[in-house]
Design a binder for this molecule. Structure first.
Ligand code: SF4
Length: 497
């Protein structure tokens, strides 16, 4: 799909208009000024006086049917051109969203908001001392977010502050993400650094020696600077894809080199693929007091698992869940994905019925997203997925089911190219929320990424400014250059702390 845009020459409009168009049409591109064979054209007329007034007219080229909307807003004092442009962009986005809504009949519950962390907006308003009512008014007025979504954001923020009352004071601490880039096989929707472990055993051991080195150096720095660790999260890949002995050595090293590990608020290990879980590995997790694990069914329909390349059975998920429970794991998260190929409300209902028999402490409900590099996106025609209405119905089913079973939503994020422009929501039994998930979503503190593909996010404790840094995604490049990457991170940390 392509949309012709008239009346906006400034190239800075391209991105926001494209992101909004993508809320309505799949992979939509826009053409500023140049006439194409697009079926629709949106013409803008902007008046800038003491107020900014934007008139948008969408015309269907074939039928000449037109939809017009005018949006007017007060101009607030702007320090520079960038600030002023933001105000014009906001007015343009309002008018544009309205004509697209009128044309398609689709109402965007998140309004013009295309960012991935809506709850951060609410935290920012909180920090500015705004009341809940003022915040609601601002979100409605500035972003056209519906009350339903504002309610969800408010519940999540309240929950996060109950779980982590010192959330706004954690900028002087850090969390650690440790990436283990191996999995038994690669799932079709996956864009994580995940390499099929079979036949790569040589690489696993050299990867782990690099990882041990990074942990040691970062641990030394934390001890020297007296910086506390809030949470540790082992992800990947599947951190339980390595052997029980390798896991044991890894956690032993963590206790040796990181400061005050017994006082870290939460240590999570993703054991996402049930086919990696063994009694020996669960023993190791218990031995090192790992607080939380994830066992991810994604779906309880066998054909779906096969279609997406997860080479394990539904029974294995259930069996490994019971095994983990029997061996004392008492904070288990499970992930479900809405809109997997071939799945509709019937299959999703089945997944919820099966989840009800297990009752994990937390349940993360993702909506399928077509990420650019995944097998699924590259071969989209092979994978038939549910339409927007059905995806919405499944999301509502998840909301009803979790509410009925006393789960509360505690974090959410949105992605680009997500089915139905919905969101991913983490639900949890009260008190069992993952603190790491709150840290990463709300960007309140630095997260140091260690290991393959691990992304670090450095947050200046004084200004809140964010700097990203990523380790290489494949084990070979990681093994060649882990010393250099570790030093770079320590340099950045030295500037911030
Ligand atoms: S288990 Fe997770 S990390 Fe591994 S291939 Fe599948 S989606 Fe990717």
């Amino acid at each position: 799909m392509l949309i012709d845009i008239k009346g906006l020459q400034d190239e800075r409009f391209e991105r926001p208009l494209r992101l909004i168009a993508n809320l309505f049409f799949e992979e939509c591109q826009i053409s500023l000024e140049k006439e194409t064979d697009s079926p629709i054209v949106v013409a803008f007329a902007i008046k800038e006086e003491d107020k900014i007034s934007v008139e948008a007219t969408l015309t269907e080229k074939d039928t000449k049917k037109a939809y017009t909307y005018t949006y007017t807003k007060e101009v607030t004092a702007a320090e520079n051109d960038k600030e002023y442009f933001k105000q014009v962009k906001n007015a343009v986005s309002h008018a544009y969203l309205q004509v697209l809504q009128n044309y398609t009949g689709i109402v965007q519950k998140w309004g013009i908001l295309t960012g991935i962390r809506p709850t951060k907006l609410l935290h920012n308003q909180n920090k500015l001392g705004k009341s809940a009512e003022e915040t609601r008014k601002n979100l409605r007025k500035n972003y056209l977010i519906t009350d339903e979504k504002i309610d969800l954001m408010q519940r999540i923020v309240d929950r996060q502050l109950t779980m982590v009352p010192d959330l706004y004071d954690l900028q002087k601490e850090v969390s650690i993400y440790i990436g283990i880039p191996f999995c038994p096989t690669k799932c079709a929707y996956c864009t994580f650094p995940a390499f099929a472990i079979q036949g790569k055993l040589g690489k696993v051991s050299s990867f782990l020696s690099g990882l041990h080195y990074e942990m040691e150096e970062i641990g030394k720095w934390l001890k020297e600077k007296n910086v506390k660790i809030t949470t540790v999260y082992y992800g990947g890949g599947t951190p339980t894809a390595i052997t029980a002995e390798e896991m044991d050595e890894l956690y032993e090293r963590m206790y040796d080199v990181f400061p005050d590990v017994s006082n870290i608020r939460e240590i999570t290990v993703e054991a996402g693929r049930p086919d990696t879980i063994t009694p020996q590995k669960l023993e190791v997790l218990k031995k090192w007091n790992i607080d939380r694990i994830s066992i991810n069914p994604q779906s309880y329909t066998q054909e779906t698992l096969k279609a997406i390349g997860r080479h394990h059975t539904v029974e294995e998920t259930i069996e490994k869940y019971h095994l983990a429970r029997a061996m004392g794991m008492n904070n288990i998260n499970m992930d479900l994905i809405i809109g997997l190929p071939g799945e509709g409300t019937k299959e999703f209902e089945h997944s919820l019925i099966e989840t009800e028999k297990l009752m994990p402490e937390s349940l993360t409900v993702h909506t399928l997203s077509f990420k650019r590099a995944s097998e699924m996106t590259l071969n989209k025609e092979k994978y038939k997925v549910a339409g927007r209405t059905e995806v919405e119905q499944m999301m509502e089913m998840a909301e009803r089911w979790t509410a009925k079973h006393a789960y509360v939503p505690y974090y959410l994020y949105r992605q680009k190219n997500i089915l139905g422009n919905l969101e991913n929501v983490g639900y949890s039994m009260p008190g069992q929320e993952s603190i790491y998930n709150i840290m990463i979503m709300e960007e309140v503190q630095t997260i140091i990424g260690i290991g393959c593909g691990a992304a670090s996010k450095f947050i200046d404790p004084k200004t809140g400014k964010i700097e990203h840094f990523a380790n290489p995604k494949d084990p070979k490049s990681y093994n060649d250059r882990f010393v250099e990457y570790t030093n770079k991170k320590i340099d950045i940390l030295n500037q911030l702390f």
